[in-house]
Design a protein. Structure first.
Length: 520
């Protein structure tokens, strides 16, 4: 359904919870209890970047008005979900500069004037970058991450920073996703006692709550796509190397990538074009051309539960009705990938975090981080462990022949798992459930997040894309699409067609808890 756009000044709108049905509607945004009543304006839930740019081009919308709307919405809504850790003091100045460019006809591209939130492990010279840890909460980095420089040169409004799972969920053996010592616990906007998944939890929850137009997340294995699926938004993990890793707090240079997140595929694709420095797709280039003749391999993963499998069955039925050929597949080598990935990441984390910390004030190496956590009780407020830090400190160096053999085997098997599956069935993509229903957040228990669908593309360095597929009760479930090396553009085009066919997006209702019988 096309978003309701009203010419003139944009007014933020935050209706009462339950004021709109669970679905597309003309009301502007949805909000937790206590929100302001609806006001005339733009539908922040459903509007796309091309629609915003069209309004700015004709003069009926300004970036300043759009930015104020998002800042007011953060002020009103974010206290309920704790997705945004800080907003930029220069956001309105950035927006005013964009307005001047629009008036002069010197627009810098599709993101000029568009508010963007950044995960708080992406370096910004004018705001702290903490990875959720008090160890980095002091002076901001000296320079922007490369991707932030690209966003600034494209005219995007850097609105602020989002909470994350501390150290991107690579600290404790039993972490709680969405918790950090800096930002506290991010909540899932659909059901507030449920988890947002990690580690780009704040980015995804902020988008679900319509606190920015787009956001940037990061992933080593699942940390863009799982939060996207669990919060009912779109998340794209790009091909490795398409987006620069420079200035992003690392886990592993062999798998890490930043990537775009949004409420729709077209905004995701436009943001990727800026992050990667590639040519922006034309809006009509992502308009679904149809699924007829597309071949999609469905990897069911029944271990995620019968409710999720039922969502995949409905998804397959809808894709077949649109003319796609859906065949069931099981990518090989998954057991061996699970066996090798974690020990390889331990060695890589020690190498890469030590190099990053040398660029920052605070602890200078991994041993220093371990000592910092032991000395600061606030770092143990939700969970005490730092077992992964300690294991990484004892891991073999990346010069060790055994490590090198392990990473070589990982790369080979992960790529073959996708390439061989796609070749055997002549596929355009492999599809799988992105996530189970969001589990109840519990610091004592930790996460319940054994989700294998992200691993093949993450380890291979291939692209993956999560698109909303349906729900289990109130809880969103995504479908994860994977393709071969550097097939990002093809995957996004296919994702747009899948998105248009499934029409699965629903605005959150900020329920305090799930209905009885919902998986926990």
């Amino acid at each position: 359904m096309t978003a309701a756009l009203v010419a003139g000044t944009l007014l933020t709108a935050v209706p009462q919870a339950g004021a709109r049905a669970a679905g597309h509607g003309a009301a502007t945004g949805s909000a937790p209890p206590g929100g302001a009543p609806p006001a005339a304006g733009i539908d922040l839930d459903t509007v796309t970047i091309p629609q915003l740019q069209a309004r700015m081009a004709e003069g009926s919308l300004t970036s300043s008005a759009l930015t104020r709307a998002y800042l007011r919405r953060i002020e009103t809504v974010d206290p309920t979900i704790h997705a945004v850790v800080r907003t930029s003091t220069t956001a309105l100045r950035q927006a005013a500069a964009s307005d001047a460019r629009h008036r002069a006809g010197r627009v810098l591209g599709p993101l000029d004037g568009i508010p963007v939130l950044l995960k708080d492990n992406v370096d910004t010279r004018d705001m702290p970058t903490t990875a959720g840890s008090l160890a980095l909460a002091g002076k901001p980095p000296a320079t922007d991450a490369v991707l932030v420089g690209r966003l600034r040169r494209a005219g995007a409004v850097i609105l602020g920073k989002t909470n994350l799972s501390e150290w991107a969920n690579f600290r404790a053996a039993k972490p709680t996703s969405g918790w950090s010592a800096v930002g506290g616990q991010t909540r899932n906007p659909y059901v507030l006692d449920r988890n947002p998944c990690g580690s780009s939890s704040g980015s995804a929850a902020a988008l679900a709550a319509s606190l920015a137009q787009v956001a940037v997340g990061t992933e080593t294995d699942g940390s863009i796509v799982c939060p996207a699926g669990m919060n009912g938004v779109v998340g794209h993990k790009p091909s490795l190397g398409l987006v620069s890793q420079a200035g992003v707090v690392p886990i592993s240079a062999e798998q890490d990538t930043a990537g775009p997140m949004a409420r729709n595929v077209v905004d995701t694709a436009l943001t990727l074009s800026v992050l990667s420095g590639t040519r922006a797709p034309r809006g009509e280039g992502l308009r679904p051309a149809g699924l007829r003749g597309k071949r999609i391999g469905l990897w069911r993963l029944p271990a995620l539960g019968p409710e999720v499998d039922a969502v995949m069955t409905r998804t397959a039925r809808k894709l077949r009705a649109a003319g796609a050929v859906v065949v069931e597949v099981t990518p090989p080598y998954q057991g061996r990938l699970a066996e090798l990935e974690f020990p390889a990441l331990l060695s890589e984390f020690r190498r890469d975090i030590n190099a990053y910390l040398r660029t920052r004030q605070g602890p200078r190496d991994l041993a220093g981080l371990i000592a910092f956590n032991r000395a600061h009780p606030e770092e143990r407020a939700c969970f005490a462990g730092q077992e992964l830090f300690e294991q990484a400190l004892a891991a073999p160096p990346t010069t060790d022949p055994a490590y090198r053999a392990m990473r070589a085997e990982l790369k080979d098997l992960s790529r073959r798992s996708i390439d061989e599956t796609m070749a055997a069935h002549r596929l355009d993509a492999v599809a799988a459930p992105t996530n189970p229903p969001a589990w109840t957040t519990d610091c004592a228990r930790g996460d319940n997040d054994v989700i294998p669908s992200s691993t093949p593309a993450a380890v291979a360095g291939y692209p993956s894309l999560s698109v909303p597929a349906g729900r289990v009760g109130e809880l969103p479930v995504g479908v994860l699409l994977m393709a071969g090396a550097r097939q990002d553009a093809e995957l996004l085009a296919l994702g747009a067609a899948v998105e248009a066919r499934l029409k699965a997006w629903r605005a959150p209702r900020y329920l305090p808890t799930a209905a009885p019988g919902t998986p926990r």
